[in-house]
Design a protein around this ligand. Structure first.
Ligand code: AMP
Ligand code: ZN
Length: 699
């Protein structure tokens, strides 16, 4: 189990082991310490989000443990870090009985409701004032964890509250769940802990991107993703989704003979701290103990404003009577405990009517159905159309034109249709008919067997050509301002712009007498086009619109070559060796650079003055911010976040994903939230404003 010794102790041991590895191997008599070291680094990485070791070094240590265990199978313990790896691939989920029913929570939506709750609590307890503990309501899937004699023996979903599905192998993949924890030292032989399994927004978005790239339907929200992942038959697949767990309640404790309950369990807040001390991720930093209901209301309001800044979704706050003895006294209904209430944030779901479907042809020829909706506000944003992704998605959700649909927009996630409300149908709803021919060029659509997407394969299809140009000039690609989507469509129709190289031979004189084009705007367009010629290579690669090559892959690719046409020489095997490039992506890149027309176009672009060389190699060792790490929070007065991050990278700096001791600068804008609070606690981090940041860039 993870032991809370000094960081220094583990660090020294780590260094000692790494040294031993250089000289040969780690001895079998050191196996316990080696496990301790690995657990310590898992904890730093997954629970504290503050690693002290590179992935590579961690791997070295992990592999040497694996080797020792292979040579001495009798020394393998069930909680060894190697035992997270799933052995049996497919299995059903046995139904298991919960030790204590897993109830729901009563809901509240405003201050009035919370005052009511406070009144009920005071009536029930006969007290004049009651202390509450307030913490986030994590929007995931609930889980029960049972530890016996310090070992994780069972993990189960909520199910119907009395019985759930046992999902231990999948939960063992979650690195924030310790496989063992020192409960017996606290006098506890058996314990049941409740928590929430979730997937953070970044991993969720990444996962959805992957689904889309494979032509599959994305998931509506992180909650569904977490719930679905827990029930995957293949724990290895579950591991890839990178779930996390927050534990927030101890529901049962079986004490050793003559032992007494640890004093820490007298209040909810202390039990969160105890769990934290024992190596769990509990909301011990996020919680707040409030003296009265006014403080509770204040904290809930404060947290709601930070909602979008959090790395994971929360759908409200949970208010709990802090004194656990009082909790017991108050008891529960068959539905929820009387000592807790959920405060729900404003809904990000809405219902509206699906009024029609448009079929759009993308730059790869993929035909995407897009639902037109009666405009509706969801979490402060008007939504009037939503992608339906593909034919299977429509069938799966059984969508019809005229349906009332439930839509959801989770944080920074693209809005999705959750389901159609079939009960509200009146009988006049129409089936959605997928076209057999391209709505633009009328050539027949094709679908590859293992794909979900229908495609127009006419390479000259005007829709595709136009979309390719639009993508090429877009903000994250070559960023040619003034050549917006509407203009490109117009220029295409007027034969002024028919392909990508045409951007660089554009006849500006033809614009002179056109409506909407003054001298100034023509000049601006000229400058923007000329300026794009020196965009860094990764932008050009992304701009080419190679299938499956997103911005991240484009960066990897750019870093791998010195000249764009080097890709002509790279084999599939060489491509697969690049980070994050799988066989599918490699195949697509290979196809692209094997196509004569593509190569010709690239040569033409070079002749027209575009830089195809990798200039990045120079800037990363000479940039003003070389080696410095940055993180942005809140709204910056003038810069967009993506632009600011780009500036950091261009100057050789690194943008981090979260606050940790590795961070050099936190650039804080307006309404900065939890990141700022966290950064203030680490005194090596410099907190700066946008103007100060700009000075760093251009001293
Ligand atoms: P609901 O599903 O809306 O009835 O809300 C109850 C659920 O909220 C519980 O079953 C838990 O899964 C979940 N939940 C999330 N965060 C917490 C928390 N901090 N404390 C208690 N329950 C939570
Ligand atoms: Zn077409």
């Amino acid at each position: 189990m993870y032991q809370k010794k000094d960081t220094l102790y583990w660090q020294n041991l780590t260094r000692q082991f790494l040294k031993e590895l250089q000289g040969g191997a780690i001895g079998v008599n050191e196996i316990d310490e080696l496990r301790g070291v690995l657990r310590f680094h898992e904890y730093r990485y997954y629970v504290l989000n503050d690693p002290l070791l590179s992935d590579y070094e961690y791997d070295l240590l992990y592999k040497s443990l694996e080797k020792i265990e292979q040579q001495h199978p009798s020394l393998v313990t069930p909680d060894s870090p190697t035992q997270r790896v799933a052995k049996d691939l497919t299995r059903d989920f046995p139904t298991v009985q919960h030790l204590v029913p897993m109830l729901s929570l009563d809901n509240s939506y405003n201050a009035e409701d919370l005052f009511d709750f406070d009144r009920r609590v005071k009536e029930l307890t006969g007290l004049a004032s009651v202390e509450y503990c307030v913490e986030p309501k994590f929007d995931g899937s609930s889980i029960s964890l049972i530890y016996k004699n310090d070992l994780l023996v069972r993990a189960a979903t909520r199910g119907d509250g009395l019985q759930g599905d046992e999902v231990t192998p999948n939960v063992k993949q979650i690195r924030t769940v310790p496989l063992s924890a020192p409960f017996t030292a606290q006098g506890i032989e058996e314990i049941e802990i409740r928590g929430e399994v979730l997937i953070n927004k970044e991993n969720f978005n990444r996962f959805n991107d992957q689904l889309l790239q494979q032509g599959l339907a994305p998931l509506a929200n992180p909650r569904n993703a977490a719930a679905g992942t827990l029930r995957l038959k293949d724990p290895g697949e579950a591991a890839k989704r990178k779930l996390e767990v927050f534990v927030y309640h101890i529901s049962y404790t079986g004490l050793a003979p003559r032992a007494t309950l640890p004093a820490a369990l007298a209040t909810h807040a202390h039990s969160l701290e105890l769990l934290w001390e024992l190596g769990f991720r509990s909301p011990h930093l996020e919680k707040k103990v409030c003296k009265n209901i006014d403080e509770v209301i204040g904290y809930c309001g404060q947290y709601e404003t930070m909602r979008d800044d959090l790395p994971y979704e929360i759908d409200g706050m949970v208010i709990k009577v802090n004194d656990t003895r009082l909790q017991e006294k108050m008891g529960m209904t068959s539905h929820h405990p009387r000592w807790a209430v959920a405060f729900k944030f404003k809904a990000r779901q809405a219902t509206t009517q699906l009024t029609g479907v448009e079929f759009q042809v993308g730059r790869t020829g993929a035909v995407t159905p897009v639902a037109k909706l009666t405009p509706v506000a969801v979490g402060g944003v008007m939504v009037s159309s939503i992608s339906l992704h593909n034919q299977e998605y429509i069938a799966e959700k059984d969508l019809r034109i005229g349906d009332q649909v439930l839509i959801e927009r989770a944080g920074d996630v693209i809005p999705q249709i959750v389901k159609s409300l079939g009960d509200l149908r009146k009988g006049k709803e129409k089936k959605i008919v997928f076209p057999t021919h391209c709505p633009i060029c009328e050539s027949r659509l094709f679908k590859e067997e293992e794909e979900a997407v229908w495609r127009c394969i006419n390479i000259e299809c005007p829709a595709q050509v136009v979309e390719r140009i639009i993508h090429f000039v877009s903000k994250d690609a070559m960023d040619i301002r003034g050549l917006g989507e509407a203009n490109i469509r117009k220029f295409y129709d007027e034969q002024l712009l028919r392909d990508i190289p045409g951007i660089y031979t554009f006849d500006f004189a033809a614009l002179e007498n056109k409506e909407g084009f003054g001298k100034k705007s023509i000049e601006n367009l000229q400058t923007a086009i000329a300026g794009s010629k020196t965009q860094p290579l990764h932008r050009l690669i992304y701009a080419l619109g190679i299938r499956f090559v997103g911005e991240t892959t484009a960066r990897t690719l750019a870093a791998a070559v010195t000249h764009l046409l080097d890709f002509e020489k790279l084999s599939l095997e060489q491509l697969v060796e690049l980070e994050d490039v799988g066989p599918k992506v490699a195949g697509s890149i290979h196809d692209f650079f094997s196509n004569k027309e593509n190569i010709e176009m690239i040569r033409t672009l070079e002749k027209l003055g575009l830089s195809l060389r990798n200039q990045k190699k120079d800037t990363t060792t000479s940039g003003n911010l070389h080696g410095k790490t940055f993180l942005f929070t809140g709204t910056l007065p003038t810069l967009k976040r993506s632009a600011a991050e780009e500036m950091v990278r261009n100057e050789g700096g690194i943008v981090l994903g979260g606050v940790s001791a590795k961070l050099d600068y936190l650039v804080a804008g307006e309404d900065a939230g939890s990141k700022l609070e966290k950064a203030k606690k680490i005194n090596t981090i410099r907190i700066i404003t946008e103007p100060e940041f700009l000075k760093l860039i251009q001293p």
